[in-house]
Every structure is written in structure tokens, then in C-alpha cells.
Design a protein around this ligand. Structure first.
Ligand code: NZQ
Ligand code: ZN
Length: 389
């Protein structure tokens, strides 16, 4: 196990009716709030109305900015920064999913910064300051409610890039599973793929002696595999929605990274897909992750075989561990397909035309590699896109 430091400063307020506490929580962080949300699901569900009531009861002034799109755009972030400066906003409340939270994080770091906010996403500037951010989560998926990162798409060139800094973790996250009842089945499934991907990015590691976090990862994956079909069958099943929601936060708040090195190549390879084709991040991952696995599993067949046995209940073939490893990958693919996700580029209506372009973007024209479990070059990444066809 590697040395590590772990601090998870985001206060989690979990359960039924918790949205009523948001005004009091927000008041700790300022008096003029930017209320940030997406394309309207929070208006239709009635959540936005409840939030406004709670903010008003706590005596807070707020200005709103809706319209965040999935794969959130830089142009709206810039609009938000202007608005915050003009209105003297001192804290932000994001009500929605990963896209709204990431957009809010970008506005938070951009407002006090004397330069172009995209500098952070290009690695030209380091985050040193941000407006405090509170979150009300409506979709368990990205884990942004407790993560230190934000992923934004710059329309010019359709570049989707992340930035991470511990200052960017939300101050609190209100999580009431009941607000996820309205999720369309496809979004529930996309969320499942993202949650599983966050765990698997950490699970496939070269770090030795990490049995405890291996077991946490395996338990979390098994929870998702069990609970997601239940939530799809009965969208108002509180018990399964609650399990999925809490699992999604733990999958990406870095508890599972403690003492071990993660890989993250599949995420970077996926970001080129959702950046160019504007598909859901989870759907991109259900296509890319199995392809990545098929490409790299011989690097540590034993770890892939353990994944098959412990997560999927595959019987270990002592004579042919490779078969066990491949069976685990096959089960993952079957699971994704069974919950309605694409498992190939063709399933998502994507052809081979822009594979070279994506491999080039993902590696900055071959100037950088991706991954740490296996280090991938531009050629490797192109081969993974081809495997995913
Ligand atoms: O925009 P609205 O109308 O709210 O609709 C959203 C959106 O269309 C809808 N939705 C959300 N909650 C709902 C709901 N519909 C009905 N009922 C509800 N309760 O779902 C759609 C998807 O929302 P989005 O926020 O895009 O989903 P998600 O949470 O999966 O976020 C995806 C984004 O997060 C990034 C992804 O790359 C992608 O851009 N990620 C962020 C990470 C981070 N900051 O730590 C890590 C992840 O790996 C990921 O890269
Ligand atoms: Zn993800």
C-alpha cells in the first residue's frame, strides 16, 4: 500500500426531506447565492420550488442561472462568471447532476480569477481560490458532489477537459434519493456505468497489498449490479435508489483511491467521444471500458480473473486463468447491455471516421500518454477505439 493523505471535507446530508435544510446550510457560506441548474428537470419535479422556499426562509438573496447542458459548455460558464461578478455573488448552489455541479465548480474558480477560466482546464493556471459551493444532487452518476474535479467542454474544437483541485470539493451535498425517482431508465443506466467505471479505474492498479480497498471496490460493484436492475424495475423503490445514490458518492470521493494508484485511461478515452459526439458520459464508458479491458487484461491476468470471480461469481478455471479473466469482461459487457446501454460504437451510431482524430486529441498529438495500469500511446488508444467499433 502506498502512503496517502485523505480528507473528505464535503458534508453529506442524506435522506428524505433533506432539501428543506439547504437554506440553513447555504447561510454558512454567504448571503448572495447563485442558483445553478440544468435543462428543466428540477423545475418539473418541483425540487427547484422547494429549494427557493428554503433559501428565502433562511433570508438569502439568490440569482438564478439555468440551462446547463449534459457535457457542460464553457460559454455558459463564462456567462455565470459575469453574472456572479455583476451581482456580487458570494456562494453557489448547484441543483442537478454532474453537469450542473461541474459547471458550478467552473464558475466558482473562474469568478475570482483574473484571466480566462479555460486556463485551468489547459493546465496553464493553478486553482488557488473558489466561491464556496453547495450541491443538491438529482442523479447518482458522476460523483461530482464530493469529488475535487470539474469537466467542461469548450465548444471551439469540442475539447472536453478536466481540472482537479481539493479546493473545488463542494462544502456540502444534500442527497434525497426520492428526487431520483423521475430519472429516465437510460439516465439511471448511464449513471450505473459511470459509478462502476469510477470503481474500476481504481481497481485495476499495479499497487501491491491493497486488499482492503480491493474488497471495498468489489463490494461497491456488487451493490450496483444488484440494485440497478431493481431501480429500473421499480423506479420508486426507495431502498435501491438510496443504495445507488450513496454508492455513487463513495465511488468517486477518493476513499477507494487511498493507498493505491488509479488508471483513468478509459475516462480520458471516453471524454473524446462525449466531447465530439455529445453522448452521455456513462454510455461512452459502457462502450470504452470493455474494449480497454480486452486490450490490457494480459498485463495482469490474475487481477482480471479475481475481478471475474469476486465481482461476477465466475468459477475460477485454474488451468486457464485467462478464460476466467475474459469471462469477467464478458459478464460486464452483458450487464451493460442488459440495462440498455451501448457496448460498441456501432450501438451508439458512431462509425470509424473520426477515430484517428480522437486518438490524436486524447494524446495531444502523441505528446502524452494515458493510463498507469498500462501506459497507452496514441497507437494503443486508436487500437482501443477500433476494438470498440
Ligand atoms: O438538465 P436536466 O433537465 O436537469 O436533465 C438532466 C440531464 O438531461 C437529467 N436529470 C438529472 N437528474 C434528473 C434528470 N432527469 C430527471 N430526473 C432527475 N432527477 O439527466 C441528464 C444527465 O444529467 P448530467 O448532469 O449530465 O449527468 P451526470 O451526473 O452523469 O453528469 C455527467 C457529466 O459529469 C462529468 C461527465 O463527463 C459529464 O460531463 N463527470 C464529472 C466528474 C467529476 N466532476 O468528478 C467525474 C465523471 O467521471 C464525469 O467525467
Ligand atoms: Zn466518470
Amino acid at each position: 500500500m502506498d502512503n496517502f493523505r485523505f480528507a473528505m471535507p464535503t458534508k453529506i446530508i442524506f435522506g428524505k426531506d433533506t432539501e428543506g435544510e439547504v437554506g440553513e446550510e447555504m447561510r454558512r457560506w454567504g448571503s448572495r447565492v447563485l442558483l445553478h441548474y440544468g435543462g428543466g428537470s428540477v423545475v418539473r419535479s418541483g425540487l427547484k420550488g422547494k429549494v427557493e422556499q428554503s433559501l428565502a426562509q433562511a433570508g438569502l438573496d439568490f440569482v438564478e442561472l439555468g440551462g446547463v447542458k449534459p457535457n457542460p459548455r464553457l460559454s455558459l460558464v463564462k456567462e455565470g462568471i459575469e453574472l456572479c461578478r455583476r451581482e456580487n455573488i458570494d456562494c453557489i448552489l448547484a441543483v442537478g447532476g454532474g453537469s450542473v455541479i461541474d459547471s458550478a465548480k467552473a464558475i466558482g474558480i473562474g469568478t475570482p480569477y483574473d484571466g480566462d477560466v479555460w486556463d485551468f482546464y489547459e493546465g496553464k493556471a493553478e486553482v488557488t481560490e473558489t466561491l464556496p459551493l453547495g450541491v443538491i444532487l438529482t442523479i447518482p452518476a458522476a460523483g461530482s458532489e464530493a469529488s475535487n474535479s470539474s469537466v467542461i467542454t469548450k465548444e471551439e474544437g469540442w475539447l472536453k477537459r478536466p481540472v482537479g483541485n481539493d479546493l473545488m470539493r463542494p462544502k456540502f451535498a444534500v442527497m434525497n434519493p426520492e428526487w431520483t425517482y423521475s430519472l429516465p431508465p437510460y439516465q439511471t443506466a448511464c449513471g450505473a456505468a459511470d459509478i462502476m467505471a469510477h470503481v474500476m479505474e481504481r481497481y485495476f492498479t499495479n499497487t501491491k497489498d491493497v486488499d482492503f480497498t480491493d474488497r471495498l471496490c468489489e463490494g461497491l460493484l456488487r451493490t450496483i449490479i444488484k440494485q440497478v436492475p431493481l431501480a429500473l424495475e421499480n423506479p420508486e423503490d426507495y431502498a435501491s435508489r438510496a443504495e445507488i445514490m450513496w454508492a455513487s458518492t463513495i465511488a468517486h470521493n477518493d476513499l477507494l483511491s487511498t493507498g493505491r494508484q488509479g488508471d483513468w485511461a478509459s475516462h480520458q478515452i471516453e471524454h473524446e467521444l462525449s466531447g465530439i459526439y455529445d453522448i452521455a458520459h456513462g454510455a461512452g464508458l459502457s462502450i470504452i471500458f470493455p474494449a480497454w479491458m480486452k486490450y490490457v487484461y494480459t498485463h495482469d491476468t490474475a487481477r482480471f480473473a479475481r475481478f471475474a470471480v469476486r465481482v461476477w461469481g465466475v468459477e475460477y478455471d485454474f488451468d486457464h486463468p485467462e478464460r476466467t479473466a475474459l469471462e469477467g469482461i464478458e459478464r460486464l459487457e452483458q450487464f451493460f447491455a442488459s440495462i440498455g446501454l451501448p457496448v460498441s460504437l456501432a450501438d451508439a451510431g458512431i462509425d470509424s471516421n473520426r477515430l484517428d482524430e480522437m486518438a490524436a486529441k486524447c494524446t495531444d498529438d502523441g505528446r502524452r500518454t494515458q493510463g498507469s495500469f498500462v501506459t497507452l500511446s496514441q497507437e494503443d488508444i486508436l487500437a482501443i477505439y477500433q476494438l470498440a467499433l
